[in-house]
Design a protein. Structure first.
Length: 88
């Protein structure tokens, strides 16, 4: 069965997020000042780690194998985070 799930992110550089295999990441945004991504998932699929990078405006990216997911604001726009999936 397909469903949309939310995954919380830490506000830090690179991190692994456990998602069902084949999950289609839709967007990144904040909810109640927490950084999240939403994805269409097969609820019956086994899970796999997906590498996500959270990079602040003006911070060095350090790699070029990133797929853009979205940009989110926190603290009333004082903090801007750009979220990418690291593609192997």
């Amino acid at each position: 069965m397909k469903s949309i799930w939310k995954f919380s992110l830490a506000v830090k550089g690179l991190q692994d997020v456990e998602m069902p295999k084949g999950a289609e990441i839709l967007c990144a945004d904040t909810q109640a000042e927490a950084l999240c991504v939403w994805a269409v998932v097969d609820t019956d699929a086994e899970k796999e780690p997906r590498s996500i990078a959270v990079i602040g405006t003006g911070h060095e990216m350090g790699a070029d194998n990133f797929k853009y997911i979205g940009t989110a604001q926190m603290k009333g726009g004082a903090l801007i985070w750009h979220v990418f999936e690291v593609i192997a």
